[in-house]
Design a protein. Structure first.
Length: 259
């Protein structure tokens, strides 16, 4: 049985040795994560997500230590050919993965495909904004909103996912400093997969009184859940903003989004 020390994939710890183990397991399960290169890039994450389409209701693109995905990948070893050392896997062998599996690795869930993601995302209802988030990130945001309500606030998501076109409009208006943001993250098929939200108290919006009591609570609770809070930034205080990755990961997220 192959074990890993920490999570691999989207929002994972992604230690190189763990990544290579997961890549090898994916190959033996008939998926195509690309070469065993110790890097949890977009092909590896897509392969994890594709494998999870068959075993999870909500694929999250991540293999957790002692999680169901790792258990199922290990179970697949007994049905596959004798294991190969990752170092002996050749690029030609990687290209021979069955075509249906390669398609599954990149396919979004049927529910996401059926959702109409057109129109102004700022005007979408709250449940649709939540649905536009990366699944792992959504599971972090939901308890944050619940805790804010427990503390007497009325949180409202203003932005979850938004298109690059909408991002450019906001940039021209001076409401954002970047041309691509974690709000714009999507799957390679163009399905919203945002890694950021802007949350305000519906009573006050961005013009919150009382020295930003709500926004400080948002930042405090968000950071307890391991998220990045825009209120900590010195160059541009984005009080309502929470995101699931560090700013240094923005280019990688853009590549993963196929943009």
């Amino acid at each position: 049985m192959i074990t890993i020390s920490a999570s691999v994939g989207r929002l994972g710890v992604n230690r190189p040795d763990d990544v290579s183990k997961v890549q090898d397991l994916l190959h033996r399960a008939g998926m195509n994560p690309g070469p065993v290169d110790h890097i949890a890039g977009p092909r590896t994450i897509a392969a994890i997500n594709g494998y999870q389409q068959h075993i999870l209701r909500a694929p999250d693109g991540r293999v957790d230590a002692n999680g169901l995905t790792l258990h199922r990948l290990n179970a697949a070893i007994t049905r596959a050919a004798p294991p190969r050392s990752p170092s002996r896997i050749q690029p030609s062998q990687v290209q021979q993965a069955p075509a249906p599996s390669r398609v599954a690795a990149l396919a979004p869930s049927s529910k996401a495909m059926r959702t109409d993601w057109t129109g102004d995302s700022e005007a979408w209802p709250q449940d649709k904004k939540l649905a536009s988030l990366d699944p792992v990130f959504r599971r972090q945001i939901e308890p944050i909103l619940s805790q804010l309500r427990t503390e007497g606030f009325k949180p409202k998501i203003i932005f979850a996912w938004r298109s690059v076109a909408k991002q450019l409009v906001l940039h021209r208006q001076g409401r954002t400093k970047v041309l691509f943001s974690f709000h714009n993250a999507q799957t390679p098929q163009g399905i919203p997969n945002a890694l950021a939200v802007d949350v305000v108290d519906e009573r006050w919006g961005w013009n919150e009184p009382n020295c930003h009591v709500f926004f400080k609570a948002l930042g405090r609770i968000g950071k307890m859940h391991g998220l990045v809070w825009g209120g900590d930034w010195t160059s541009f205080r984005d009080w309502a903003h929470l995101q699931g990755r560090q700013n240094s990961a923005l280019r990688q997220v853009k590549r993963e989004s196929g943009l």
